[in-house]
Design a protein around this ligand. Structure first.
Ligand code: 1GP
Length: 244
């Protein structure tokens, strides 16, 4: 089954959870442990990515270790064409729609496309929209950040993504954000698109996860959560909140 179909099938049954692992943050063996823990707690897919310091080496090694330890899809969440790994089941073929830098909108993709084709990795097209505070990804992506009080700006980009044929939309507040994407913004976007809506950035507890789900997120992504020691309890609470 294609990863996209797996995600759509899961989403049809309710909001899903995806665990983001940054290859730059721990050794591949520990990344594999985190992924296995997340699977045992009910996460639906593992995403691998980070805004900075992703190399072909740490990506390949982390993807390989994770693939060996889990049997759910492992999806690459790329920051550019400089590192691409055939060790993942799929990758988000994404465009940072509100970047001021044409490189982030389409040039990296033009470089990556032929390589992705040759490697035979499943591409899942995605419109990536960066919301305040945006954090590192907003900074390195030179994003024209969506203001927190401007849900209609996010709606505009999201509908444009769908009309351009993108298969998913991702509302991103940035990894480690002190506040997740506003609930009104999630609801406004959800009300105007029919492709799945992924939400991430700054979601650290059950309350925030449940709120994002109830506002309309089809998928909730958490990353920073698993970087702290003793992450099991927090991750369990988040996944439970999303699945209940
Ligand atoms: C980042 O949305 C993800 O791309 C996850 O964010 O690290 O804050 O959970 P956190």
């Amino acid at each position: 089954m294609k990863v996209k179909d797996y995600l759509l099938e899961r989403i049809a049954a309710g909001t899903i959870h995806m665990t983001l692992v940054d290859p730059d943050k721990q050794a591949p063996e520990h990344a594999a442990e985190i992924a296995a823990d997340a699977v045992s707690l009910g996460t639906d897919a593992i995403m691998i990515g980070g805004s900075t310091d992703i190399t072909q080496k740490n990506l390949d090694e982390t993807a390989l270790a994770i693939k060996a330890s889990v049997d759910i899809p492992v999806i690459y969440f790329p920051s550019g064409a400089h590192a691409l790994s055939a060790n993942c089941d799929a990758l988000y073929f994404m465009s940072m729609l509100n970047s001021r830098d044409v490189r982030m909108v389409i040039r990296e993709q033009a470089m990556a496309g032929p390589i992705v084709k040759k490697l035979g990795i499943e591409p899942i097209s995605m419109g990536y929209i960066i919301v305040e505070p945006g954090m590192k990804v907003g900074e390195v992506g030179n994003a024209d950040l969506i203001k927190r009080e401007d849900p209609m700006m996010a709606v505009g980009y999201a509908v444009a993504a769908e009309y351009l044929g993108m298969e998913m939309v991702y509302l991103e507040a940035g990894s480690g954000a002190n506040a997740p994407v506003p609930l009104e913004m999630i609801a406004a976007v959800k009300g105007m698109i029919s492709v799945p809506l992924i939400v991430g950035g700054g979601i650290r507890d059950a309350e925030a996860a449940a709120a994002a789900k109830n506002a309309g997120a089809d998928a909730v992504v958490t990353g920073t959560l698993v970087e702290a020691d003793g992450y099991l309890q927090a991750l369990e609470a988040v996944i439970k909140a999303i699945k209940s």
